[in-house]
Design a protein around this ligand. Structure first.
Ligand code: FES
Length: 405
């Protein structure tokens, strides 16, 4: 089975975001389409659809030293799958969490170079190696290097005030498909431009260190997209950042959806130098989690949700004295009820009443431009609910600034 992408002209809004975000190797020529589907994920109006097609012609490729025949005009990933190779959603070996060419997790060696198999078309004569190369330098598309006046979920509330308080960079690629994604122009990006570049951990660490010096702040944050997708890249980035910033004031802050944070991953992050973490807990119920994240695989959604909740418990229990932890909760009445926010507050209270909880007002964005912008009074009510369950530090983001301590 093969696929191509068709654009429905009557739905397309001519926003050209797909062309701005996706590094399409065939420049969106429908006749050449090999069905990677990256532009489908990046289109905010769902004007692009995957359509099944029949392929007749086969081409010869070499995989791990053996010759095979596969259909033409498919992705390298698809070709490997037809040969029995397994790609997992949860990173372990070759995985495909983002599927837009942003995270670098699905990289295989093609004709001597590591390329993302999810968005690379198969070609006759390709020599592919799937075995991990020990000394290869990971690369990832990152951008948005800039100073920030408010910080993220893992930024202590008492720092939020006048002027810049941290510098940050954002990684492309995410394992969630949130229809109201608040940062979708980074999340679904695979194209490089002035602001976004495919960088090694060392290159990214050097750049953020320079910006830190320029703006004279102590905090250096990494967010996304989902920055934990490419574990090797993130760990090497933090190690390098710590090496470049050995002073005691330097704070290395990771903002994440927490879905991949197993205990060993958390240990490794802290060992690499992470000092502050913000973890988004999207919901308590799996149904709500699926609505907010856009994930359709219930089992996968449940694993991600449980992993994020467990990560908070684990860090608080084991690293309370070493790491600052903030929790992010989304709110929009079209996505999650206030009753569930209250239930989440009670669960968080059981973990640690003094933990910082930041409620993010999810605005109409990406594919859910139909949802209302949460009103100030709604956020005030959420603040009251969470304070009533006993949580000590609650911050609610509103369009007029923060409600908080
Ligand atoms: S899954 Fe291919 S680059 Fe992220």
């Amino acid at each position: 089975m093969s696929w191509i992408v068709k654009k429905e002209e009557n739905i397309c809004q001519r926003c050209f975001w797909c062309e701005n975000l996706i590094n399409c190797p065939i420049n969106f020529a429908e006749s050449e389409c090999f069905g990677c589907g990256a532009c489908v994920l990046a289109c905010p109006y769902e004007a692009r659809k995957i359509v099944e097609v029949k392929r007749e012609k086969k081409i010869e490729i070499t995989v791990d030293g053996e010759k095979f025949e596969v259909f033409e005009k498919i992705t390298v990933r698809k070709a490997l799958e037809t040969l029995g190779y397994k790609f997992r959603k949860i990173p372990n070996g070759i995985s495909i969490p983002c599927e837009v060419g942003g995270c670098g997790c699905c990289g295989v060696e093609i004709n001597g170079q590591i390329r993302p198999s999810c968005v690379t078309p198969i070609k006759a004569g390709m020599k592919i190696k799937t075995e991990p190369i020990e000394d290869f330098i990971p690369r990832r598309l990152v951008g948005g290097f800039m100073p920030h006046p408010v910080g993220g979920v893992g930024t202590p509330w008492y720092l939020k005030g006048e002027g810049y308080i941290e510098v940050a960079l954002f990684t492309a690629g995410c394992n969630f498909r949130c229809p109201q994604c608040q940062n979708w122009t980074t999340t679904y990006r695979s194209r490089e431009d002035i602001e976004h570049k495919v960088l090694t951990p060392k290159e990214a660490a050097e750049r953020i260190t320079q910006i830190r010096r320029k703006y004279k702040v102590d905090r250096m944050a990494i967010s996304g997209g989902e920055c934990t997708l490419n574990r090797r890249w993130l760990i090497e980035y933090l190690r390098e950042l710590k090496r470049l910033n050995p002073d005691r004031e330097a704070r290395l802050h990771v903002d994440t959806n927490g879905s991949l944070l197993t205990e060993d991953y958390i240990d490794e992050l802290i060992d690499a130098g992470m000092t502050d973490i913000g973890i988004d807990l999207k919901s308590l119920k799996t149904e709500t989690f699926m609505i907010i994240t856009g994930l359709q695989d219930r089992k996968l959604a449940e694993i991600y949700k449980e992993t994020a909740w467990h990560a908070v418990k684990y860090i608080v229990d084991k690293y309370r004295d070493r790491v600052f932890v903030g929790i992010g909760i989304p709110y929009n009445r079209k996505l999650i009820y206030a009753e569930e926010i209250e239930m989440m507050g009670k669960e968080i209270y059981k973990i640690a009443p003094e933990i910082q909880v930041c409620v993010l007002d999810y605005r109409p964005e990406f594919r859910r431009r139909d949802i209302p912008y949460p009103e100030y009074w709604e956020m005030k009510e959420i603040y009251r609910i969470l304070k009533n369950v006993g949580l000590k530090i609650v911050i609610c983001q509103t369009r007029y600034g923060y409600i908080g301590p």
